[in-house]
Design a protein around this ligand. Structure first.
Ligand code: SF4
Ligand code: SF4
Length: 157
């Protein structure tokens, strides 16, 4: 029988994990930016109408002329804006002490307990881009869990 330590190191198998909307409350990984981007989710004009003026003023970045040109050249729709990201040192949970860059609306500690400050009025893209249990969700959870497992193994060796 595996020891508790060995069981902790068991490889994460994202394909079998049961993931529901409840899982999101103790995750938040898809609201974090692992690319170091200064902005995160795009917001449309309609999204901005639902969000409070104060939130938009403080947290929504409008695309610069260069970004508009880049989107236009790529044939992409030009977003009205995007929510900025902020660095936060995680207070509790498996990422305690780690600086995580995430959407400015994310509250709490990633992979422990999180909430979205604008959940009821969150941008449409947040409701459709990643769905609990879909491929992207499992990928990002697997990627972070693997990194954590590797870090734990290094600490124990
Ligand atoms: S990665 Fe999956 S479980 Fe985590 S917050 Fe996003 S949708 Fe929810
Ligand atoms: S607005 Fe809310 S749901 Fe959307 S990325 Fe930010 S924290 Fe996540």
């Amino acid at each position: 029988m595996d020891s508790p330590a060995a069981a902790r190191r068991a490889p994460y198998d994202g394909s079998t994990e049961r993931i529901t909307a409840d899982t999101c409350r103790s995750c938040g990984l898809c609201c974090a930016s692992f690319t170091g981007s200064e902005v995160y989710c795009d917001v449309t004009v309609e999204d901005m109408k639902r969000l409070s003026k104060g939130f938009v003023r403080r947290n929504v970045v409008r695309p610069l002329l260069f970004d508009r040109l880049a989107h236009a050249l790529d044939g992409n729709r030009i977003p009205a804006g995007a929510i900025k990201t902020v660095w936060n040192s995680q207070k509790v949970g498996p990422l305690k002490g780690v600086e995580v860059r995430a959407c400015a609306a994310l509250r709490g500690s990633v992979m422990h307990r999180v909430s979205c400050a604008v959940y009821e009025n969150r941008p449409r893209v947040c409701q459709t881009a990643v769905v609990p249990g879909d491929r992207t969700c499992r990928h990002v959870r697997g990627m972070v869990q693997q990194a954590l497992d590797e870090s734990l193994q290094k600490d124990e060796s």
